[in-house]
Design a protein around this ligand. Sequence first.
Ligand code: ZN
Length: 342
Amino acid sequence: MKDLLKKLANAPGVSGFEKDVRNLIIEELTDYVDDIEVDNLGNLIIRKNGTSNSKKVMLAAHMDEVGLMVRYIDKKGFIKFSKIGGINDQTLLNQNIYVHTTTRKISGVIGSKPPHLMKEEERKKVVKHDDMFIDIGVSNKEEAEKIVNIGDPITIKQEFSQLQNNMFTGKSLDDRVGCCIIIEVMKRVESNATIYGVGTVQEEVGLKGARTSAFKINPDMAIALDVGISGDHPGIKEGEAPASAGKGPIIILTDASGDGIITHPKIKELLISTAESEKIPYQLAVTEGGTTDATAIHLTREGIPSGVLSPAVRYMHSPVEVVNLEDIENTVKLIVAALKIV
Ligand code: ZN
């Protein structure tokens, strides 16, 4: 599973440009499932037929990641960019990046003024992304325009790697972790119900793919597989985000203070009782910020009982997200066991 997560995390997939991730999932699952389809928006809908009942269960993980986009090229060939999704400006300064054109990836750096030229006051301020620029090494606008285009997506250049113990770091673990879980579940699952594994598009910019794919599938229940906040490091107060990496998947009970999802009692019961009977460690969470695809799915058509299962991830929406691989394995086990009894 480590190699699979590595491939998924290293692949580029800024919202609206999920093709590489989608192709990786298709490649992994072709031999294991009954149908693979890509809908009008680019969602990947994978079906594994049930053995006896007519129930439909939807699992959703978003394929997109937060990133940047080429907005403007100045006379000297420096690129100004917009943010796609929620990124803190501090995480961007002086990063190595790739601009992804339709045919290749171009290396660049997010430059900055050297400290030698900064006044004391300037040094204390956070540089806003609007004041940053990308240097791809060209000498003027014309040269840059031959290489990159307005609207090209940009990702941070960051290789997936292992820390101590079972901890791994990389970019876009939100939500390639979920994509990895769906792949493993679709390979292992045996259920009476028909299981739809969906790789959704454009979650980070408004839960868009979840909305259209849930409408198309019209499932009887749904579970979003996304990452949850791991609050086990300096800078987060006890009680603010009680989940920890390595302590089992988080069963989200409520997110965005109830504006997102309030998990359906049937789904809550299914996940908790399965974890208990299978002796899989789990954590419960009520969160005030952030939400997932389940928020869009549960309001589809006449309402779809939905829930969220999340491995805890540190430093979310930064290029150095951290996850414990054991949490991913335990999430897969929990879903596979729960789907056996639906
Ligand atoms: Zn996410």
